[in-house]
Write a protein that binds this ligand. Structure first.
Ligand SMILES: [Fe+2]
Length: 254
C-alpha cells in the first residue's frame, strides 16, 4: 500500500489519479533534469579548476625554459668533452623551440604567454652554477654538469608529462600533441646525457679521482702535516667530488 507523507497529500493523489500521474512524471522529469544540470555544472567547475592549474603550470615551465636558454650556454662553456658539448648544444636549440611551442599553446588556449618564476628550476640552475664554480675544468666538471643537466631534464619530463595529461583531460588534443613532442625531446636529451656519462665522462672522472687521491697522499707529507686547515679543505673538496661522481653513477643505474 502506498504511503503518503501527509493527509493532504493522500487526498490529492486519490481525488485526481490521472492528473496526479502526470504530475508525478513531471516531478520525476524535473528531478532528473536538475540532477543532470548539477552534474554538468560540477563538471564545468572541475574543468575550469583544472584549466587554471594547467595555465599555472604552463607559466611555470615557460619561465623555466626561458631561464634554460641562458643557463645551458654557461654549461657548454664549462664542458670539456666534445660529446657533452654537442649534446648540450643540440638541446639548447631544442630548448629555444620549446619556448616557441609553449607560446603556441598559450595562443591556442587564448591566453597571453606569461612567465611565472619557477622556484624549482631556479634552484636546479643555481646548483649547476655552484658545481661549475667549484670544479676545475675537465672530466670531473663534465660529470657534475651532466648530473645537474639530468636533474633539470627529470623536472621537465615530470612537468610535460603532467601538462600533456591535463591537456588530454581538458579535450585539448592539439595542445596535448605539442606537449607530447617536447616531452619526447626531454626524454631523449636525458638518455643522451646518460650515454655521454657512461661512455665519455664518468670513467675519466673516476680516474681523475684516483689521481687526486695520489696527490693528496703527497699533500699529507709529514713536512706539511701541521697545515691542518689546508688538509681539511682538500679533504672536504675530495669528499664533495666523490659524492658528485657517486650521484652521477647512481642516476645512471636508476
Ligand atoms: Fe625543454
Amino acid at each position: 500500500m502506498q504511503q503518503y507523507a501527509t493527509f493532504d497529500e493522500s487526498i490529492k493523489w486519490v481525488k485526481f489519479p490521472i492528473l496526479n500521474n502526470h504530475m508525478k512524471k513531471q516531478a520525476v522529469s524535473a528531478t532528473e533534469k536538475n540532477a543532470k544540470q548539477k552534474t554538468s555544472d560540477n563538471t564545468a567547475i572541475e574543468a575550469s579548476k583544472l584549466m587554471k592549474l594547467f595555465e599555472d603550470e604552463l607559466k611555470d615551465i615557460y619561465w623555466a625554459e626561458k631561464a634554460l636558454t641562458k643557463a645551458i650556454p654557461k654549461m657548454i662553456k664549462n664542458a670539456t668533452a666534445m660529446e657533452l658539448t654537442e649534446a648540450l648544444q643540440s638541446h639548447l636549440e631544442e630548448t629555444h623551440e620549446h619556448v616557441i611551442r609553449l607560446e603556441m599553446v598559450f595562443q591556442i588556449i587564448g591566453k597571453k604567454a606569461v612567465a611565472k618564476k619557477c622556484e624549482a628550476m631556479e634552484g636546479l640552475i643555481k646548483e649547476a652554477e655552484e658545481i661549475m664554480e667549484e670544479c676545475d675544468a675537465g672530466a670531473m666538471c663534465d660529470a657534475g654538469i651532466i648530473s645537474a643537466g639530468q636533474k633539470v631534464e627529470h623536472y621537465e619530463i615530470a612537468t610535460y608529462g603532467t601538462l600533456r595529461q591535463f591537456a588530454a583531460t581538458l579535450g585539448l588534443a592539439d595542445v596535448a600533441s605539442i606537449l607530447e613532442k617536447t616531452l619526447a625531446e626531454e626524454k631523449a636529451a636525458d638518455e643522451t646525457l646518460t650515454t655521454v656519462a657512461t661512455t665519455a665522462v664518468n670513467v675519466k672522472a673516476a680516474s681523475e679521482e684516483e689521481n687526486d687521491e695520489e696527490d693528496n697522499e703527497k699533500d699529507t707529507d709529514p713536512g706539511e702535516i701541521d697545515e691542518d686547515a689546508e688538509v681539511n679543505k682538500k679533504t672536504e673538496k675530495r669528499e664533495n667530488k666523490k659524492n658528485r661522481v657517486r650521484s652521477v653513477f647512481i642516476s645512471n643505474v636508476e
